[in-house]
Design a protein around this ligand. Structure first.
Ligand SMILES: Cc1cc2nc3c(=O)[nH]c(=O)nc-3n(C[C@H](O)[C@H](O)[C@H](O)COP(=O)(O)OP(=O)(O)OC[C@H]3O[C@@H](n4cnc5c(N)ncnc54)[C@H](O)[C@@H]3O)c2cc1C
Length: 309
């Protein structure tokens, strides 16, 4: 493809600019994108798409890809939750309404165990500030704070960048002076994968009803892998929260790796549920009186979830 053809495709297919890009390390970034159009109305917790043309370069060290001549001119899009840095640089809560950008928290998928060659993140990680890309014009999703009542306890449980929508919902709760307790736990491989750790530490010092619980599974100092299911079953999560998980006043939000979430299979005829093995959070909590949302029958429970794949 000639540079003129690439310039023409970028001009025609892109509608947003990278206005800020901060890498926590080579494979993890917080990126802000300013759409050419006014920021679409949305609720914290929702997502939109980002896209780049297959003609764009890929970051080094990623699985190699072979494209047909037809594929080269296509734009590849993926869903991304809107994230939030929660604070402004002066350590006050961010004035989100005044922002003309959307924030995303993205991990580089270098290779895929399922055989599909990662298409978008190797290209997103070659971006620099000022570069252009495609932004979905619609922000959507049912993973929001709508079911939470004032005074409810809110527990966010995420793996990796599954923390993104939780950060935006946390901003919303703190901004509106939510009186109930809030806990956010994120499970990552290494401490360096906690891209918002310092923000959470400052927030904990400022907001007595807020607790951040970071969990790492591969740190050299960690002798036993601790997953979210473990801190839930072992009681550590409730110790950190300072109360027992009461289904009558607690909403639990789960985002990221489907294995952590553990959505059961439902037999439509009999209504019976089969939980996956090993157990995910949904099974542990449903045995304690919680109920997960079932979108197929429009049922809203007190466990809400967003699977990233
Ligand atoms: C509603 C929704 C919101 C999402 N929000 C985010 C987000 O805020 N941040 C983000 O990093 N990703 C998010 N994702 C995942 C994202 O859409 C892409 O799948 C991911 O960025 C990989 O794209 P790719 O084209 O490089 O690889 P793909 O070809 O799409 O490969 C997908 C594979 O990559 C792995 N994978 C995908 N996402 C992740 C992840 N976050 N962490 C670890 N492994 C992963 C899985 O093995 C999956 O099978 C979201 C997905 C959905 C459905």
């Amino acid at each position: 493809m000639t540079s003129e053809e690439i310039a023409e495709l970028r001009q025609r297919r892109y509608n947003g600019t990278v206005v800020s890009l901060k890498k926590a390390h080579s494979d993890l970034m917080v990126v802000r994108v300013k759409p050419d159009f006014p920021r679409p109305p949305h609720k914290p917790g929702q997502y939109c798409s980002l896209g780049l043309g297959n003609w764009e370069p890929r970051a080094e060290g990623c699985q190699l890809e072979t494209l047909t001549p037809d594929d080269v001119s296509k734009v590849v899009r993926r869903a991304y939750s809107i994230s939030c840095s929660i604070e402004s640089e002066s350590d006050t809560l961010l004035d989100v309404a005044a922002a003309d950008w959307l924030e995303f928290y993205i991990v580089l998928v270098r290779e895929n165990a399922d055989g599909r060659i990662p298409a978008l993140t190797p290209r997103l990680f070659a971006l620099q500030e000022g570069d252009r890309l495609n932004v979905g014009e619609k922000i959507t999703g049912a993973y929001t704070l709508d079911p939470v009542k004032p005074g409810d306890t809110v527990v966010f449980l995420g793996t990796g960048t599954g923390e993104a929508p939780h950060n935006y919902m946390l901003w919303d709760l703190l901004h509106r002076g939510h009186a109930g307790k809030i806990l956010s736990a994120t499970c990552v491989r290494y401490g360096r994968d906690l891209g918002y750790l310092e923000t959470h530490r400052r927030l904990m010092a400022r907001f007595p009803n807020y607790k951040y619980l970071p969990l790492t599974t591969r740190e050299a100092t960690v002798t036993k892998k601790v997953y979210i299911q473990d801190v839930l079953s072992g009681g550590e999560l409730e110790d950190q929260l300072g109360e027992t998980l009461d289904p009558a006043k607690t909403h639990v939000y789960l985002c990221g790796n489907p294995k952590m979430i553990g959505v059961p299979l439902r037999d439509k005829a009999t209504g019976t549920k089969t939980y996956p093995e090993p157990p995910g959070v949904i099974e542990i909590l449903e045995k304690r009186g919680f109920q997960a949302d079932v979108s197929a029958v429009k049922f809203k429970g007190n466990i809400h979830f967003e699977e990233y794949w």
